[in-house]
Ligand binder design. Structure first.
Ligand SMILES: [Zn+2]
Length: 115
């Protein structure tokens, strides 16, 4: 019975290519990608393999696409907001009134406990 140890560690495409095995190189093609930050990268892919829609930009980590005019990740231009900024944004006048109401209710409740 095959133990499988012979197969393990000899994955196709990994490991150094021995001189005796250097024959016809697999057909390759260059696929261009652009990320939202304007980084351009070329990826060598097997000619018969469909190129992935996006490729992570090695420089900034954003997903890069093959359309230079419309790179992916661009809609995510919303600036980073801190939690405090969100809280401040939520604290409208109406919220202020609600907080006041809540405080008054707590006050009445306390009064009720005492009386
Ligand atoms: Zn980039």
């Amino acid at each position: 019975m095959a133990s499988g140890s012979a197969i393990r560690g000899s994955r196709v495409g990994s490991g150094p290519v021995r001189q005796s095995e250097r024959c016809e190189p697999a057909p390759r093609r260059e696929v261009q990608y652009w990320c939202a930050n304007g980084h351009y990268l070329e990826v060598l892919l097997a000619a018969d393999a469909p190129p992935p829609v996006t490729w992570d930009c090695p420089r900034c980590g954003l997903p890069a696409g093959q359309d230079a005019q419309n790179p992916p990740g661009k809609p995510r231009v919303e600036p980073y907001k801190s939690h405090l900024a969100y809280v401040k944004e939520r604290r409208s006048d109406a919220d202020g009134a609600a907080i006041l109401d809540e405080a008054l209710a707590r006050l009445r409740q306390r009064r009720g406990e005492v009386g």
